[in-house]
Design a protein around this ligand. Structure first.
Ligand code: FAD
Length: 493
């Protein structure tokens, strides 16, 4: 598509940032940018409607922490149920209750609830929404990006932007326009999904099991609707093959021993699951995030969660670039930090599916051993928990940096509050020892970008926390000169 757009009109303004696609990734990103004072236009090809035909239904701890840093976690928690035990297949279980997070669980709630909250926040922050507007072409030069957008009247107009972010899903037109491949394979050829009512309530919020050639999972949305997902090795068919409730009931009975009296499906569909990742998340002034950059199997419920983390990583960096205060190389750190995480998610979710679907007796034996090992070996269980929940990832640190640099900061207690409340301004947070003189709080011209806080404890380490909750810089016995140098390096003067 690069260079083939047929703009028949132009919009004379230059948009600082255009975000393409109003799924969860685009909504979080647009809200963050607008919250930081950057004018944002969000173009979406669909008409305005938040569908109740939800795909994702699991929100993990790290995503809840990010939502907490935006004042949204409590509202989202009210929409669903939580579970602390995650059984990935028959014998492998993860105890989310041991997570070192304010949210030691998985929240089961439909994706549309996440979108509803993020959309409300983006609107309140002033994002300009353009629905029924499809990106059909894109060209860029050193100074900006031209985006061809076909509007509701069928007319294509060219919008000029300083930066464009493609959050337009796995078939991303933006990704294709910048010539970035999407290599990978299909992991599950044929899955089914349905939202149903149940005559007999399952015991837990999430029920999951696989029996040889059938697999099924039932999750409660907490409002009387249940999500059923599964596959049937004896019947692998294209996505458009007919599907009825009888087939879903039969596979569920084979996998779970009962179909729980399933009835009244409000929605059913087949899909297949690919495992793909864009080799680059940035070309010039164009970025990719969410499903546009990576897709993986639904095992472990990582897709939406990973996209939201991409958005949280990119938003503050792009805002700094637009406002002319980004340190050299800051925008490059988006791909450097998020591509390895995407790759790790692909590896872990794909590995789970391969183990779960294994037919070969040797692999099935391995599955039993892996399950038993993960269940008993605490460091391995901890690593698996960190990956599934998203709290275990850290970003690369420069050589010689303090050991905390790049790590996620938990919701630590501060004098007069807690970190994730302090992050709600979208600013960096400098956490200093309790004894720091009050005069230090006056950061003059930096005050719109920095909150100064103190440890509630006697901790001596000074930590500069990025707006996305990772350590930018830390020092054990920092002098005022070293702190000043760190602030200048990360926030400017
Ligand atoms: C069955 C199933 C279960 C899942 N379960 C989970 C789970 O439990 N947890 C989890 O984290 N993830 C899960 N996922 C994955 C999750 O749904 C996706 O990762 C998530 O929706 C990606 O969000 P996104 O914003 O990146 O893209 P999308 O949600 O795909 O949004 C992209 C948007 O871009 C718009 N668009 C596309 N092209 C254009 C264009 N040319 N111009 C303008 N707009 C355009 C689209 O209309 C769409 O609104 C699941 C997926 C499936 C299929």
């Amino acid at each position: 598509m690069n260079g083939t757009g047929t703009g028949t009109g132009t919009d004379s303004t230059t948009h600082p940032v255009i975000v393409v696609g109003s799924g969860p990734t685009g909504l979080l990103l647009a809200g963050d940018l607008a919250g930081a004072g950057v004018p944002v236009t969000l173009v979406e090809k669909r008409p305005h409607r938040i569908s109740n035909l939800s795909r994702a239904f699991g929100v993990h701890a790290r995503t809840l922490e990010q939502l907490d840093a935006r004042g949204l976690a409590d509202d989202l928690l009210a929409t669903g149920d939580t579970i602390t035990g995650l059984r990935l297949f028959r014998r492998l279980s993860l105890d989310l209750g041991t997570l070192e997070s304010r949210f030691p669980f998985l929240l089961i709630t439909p994706q549309y609830e996440v979108e509803r909250l993020l959309e409300r926040r983006a609107r309140e922050a002033g994002v300009e929404f353009r629905y029924e507007s499809e990106v059909v072409g894109l060209r860029q030069d050193d100074a900006g990006v031209d985006l061809d957008v076909r509007g509701p009247d069928g007319v294509t107009a060219t919008l000029r932007a300083d930066y464009v972010v493609g959050t337009d899903g796995h078939r991303s037109a933006v990704r294709q326009a910048i010539g970035v491949d999407f290599p990978g394979v299909a992991v599950i050829k044929s899955l089914f999904l349905a939202d149903v009512r149940l005559a007999e309530k399952p015991e837990g919020v999430l029920t999951v099991n696989g029996a040889d050639d059938a697999f099924a999972m039932i999750a409660s949305f907490g409002d009387g609707w249940y999500r059923v997902m599964g596959w049937n090795r004896r019947h692998e068919v294209p996505d458009d093959a007919p599907l009825d409730l009888a087939e879903i009931k039969e596979v569920t009975r084979r996998a779970l021993g009962t179909d729980h009296g399933m009835h009244d499906a409000r929605w059913l569909s087949r899909f297949h699951s690919d495992e793909r990742q864009a080799p680059r998340y940035r070309v010039g002034r164009v970025f990719l995030a969410g499903d546009a950059a990576h897709v993986h199997s639904p095992a472990g419920g990582q897709g939406m969660n990973t996209g939201l983390q991409d958005a949280a990583n990119l938003g503050w960096k792009l805002a700094a670039a637009v406002q002319g205060r980004a340190p050299e190389g800051l925008l490059d750190t988006y791909e450097a930090e998020r591509h390895p995480v995407g790759k790790a998610v692909l590896r872990s979710s794909g590995g789970l599916v391969r183990l779960a679907r294994a037919q070969n007796p040797a692999v099935r034996l391995l599955r039993g051993l892996v399950s038993a090992f993960v269940n008993v070996a605490r460091p391995v269980q901890r690593k698996a928990l960190g990956q599934v929940s998203g709290i275990g990832y850290r970003y690369p640190a420069p050589r010689g940096a303090h050991r905390l640099t790049g790590t996620r900061v938990p919701d630590v207690a501060l004098a007069g509050g807690r970190l994730y409340e302090a992050l709600r301004g979208g600013r960096f947070v400098l956490i200093t020892p309790k004894v720091t003189p009050e005069a230090y709080d006056d950061q003059g011209t930096r005050k719109d970008r920095l909150t100064v806080a103190r440890w509630a404890s006697d901790r001596r380490t000074t930590v500069l926390v990025r707006p996305d909750g990772y350590v930018a810089w830390a020092a054990d016995a920092a002098t005022p000169e070293r702190i000043e140098a760190a602030l200048t390096a990360h926030l400017g003067g």
